[in-house]
Design a protein around this ligand. Structure first.
Ligand code: ATP
Ligand code: MG
Length: 269
């Protein structure tokens, strides 16, 4: 697709981009409510869960929450889960801690991570938190391991709060027997659903403004079509909105309408 639509609508950059900087994230009431739970779990040294549909804004929400923590006070170990073994998670945690060569055995890696966390928490008076995105991909046995990782023998102080984000089956996985010790530390959970139509309108305006356009390009029918077509899910809305802008520019239309959204919808899943 060429980029003449950008000139047509005077868009200063690619609209509805996936990788927006933190300061350009739209702060919705839902985002603030998740942030409250995030802080609550961090204060208690407990576990919080953020679940949501695909493209509902989980990773963006995590980025927003983590980015709001002062780096002189907090060290966030941010990892992205995979379907691999716990060793893969440990490797990522150690990399976040700046540790190389902690050995390849599970026991050595666990010991080293705990040592580092204690040194930061007790020695340096830092607050440490473990944030795992895509946690719905984790194998069941990993939940038991994570519980062990967050247990410190010296005292029962909760030095390592954990935030888990992923699709809804994350909650089901935490109901299994072996996951129960970790599940029992959950103090808050929230589920990101599709946004409502008014928020969708705000969202579309917001992304246009990020791209330097302060005029609302989408008419009411287009907003409704994007809302319905996306089920209120951000990523799908991005694709529909961008596609509809392209279709409108092609047909030399100053406004984006439901018809343009329909054309865009034929191109995506
Ligand atoms: N609050 C927001 N403000 C602005 N844009 C947002 C916001 N939330 C989500 N987005 C947009 O929606 C896109 C999809 O969001 P995100 O990647 O966070 O969803 P996700 O739930 O993590 O998806 P997945 O299930 O694939 O992991 C982002 O790339 C961003 O463009
Ligand atoms: Mg994500």
């Amino acid at each position: 697709m060429d980029s003449t639509y950008r000139q047509y609508f005077a868009l200063q950059k690619e609209p509805f981009a996936a990788d927006i900087p933190r300061k350009e994230i739209l702060v919705t009431p839902v985002l603030s409510a998740v942030q409250d739970r995030f802080h609550y779990a961090l204060r208690l040294g407990a576990v919080t869960l953020i679940t949501g549909e695909i493209g509902s804004g989980k990773s963006t929400t995590l980025r927003y929450c983590v980015g709001g923590l002062h780096p002189s006070e907090y060290l966030v170990l941010f990892v992205t889960a995979s379907a691999g073994s716990i060793l893969e998670i440990y490797r990522q945690i150690l990399a976040e801690l700046g540790v190389e060569n902690a050995g390849a055995s599970r026991a050595k890696m666990t010991r080293r991570i705990k040592q580092e966390v204690l040194e930061l928490a007790v020695g340096k008076k830092m607050k440490v938190a473990l944030v795992i995105d895509e946690a719905s991909l984790l194998r069941l046995e990993v939940f038991a391991e994570l519980h062990t990782l967050a247990q410190f023998e010296q005292d029962s102080k909760p030095y390592l709060p954990i935030v888990l984000a992923g699709q809804a089956n994350l909650v089901d996985n935490l109901r299994y027997r072996n996951s129960q010790p970790l599940a029992s530390r959950v103090v808050a959970k929230c589920h990101l659903k599709g946004i409502d139509q008014n928020t969708m309108e705000d969202y579309l305006r917001h992304h246009l403004a990020i791209a330097g356009v302060n005029r609302m390009l989408f008419d009411e029918t287009a907003v409704t079509a994007i809302h319905q077509g996306s089920g209120g899910l951000y990523r799908k809305a991005n694709h529909l909105a961008r596609g509809a802008i392209i279709a409108a520019a092609k047909s030399d239309s100053a406004m984006v309408t439901a018809e343009h959204v329909r054309l865009a919808a034929t191109e995506i899943f």
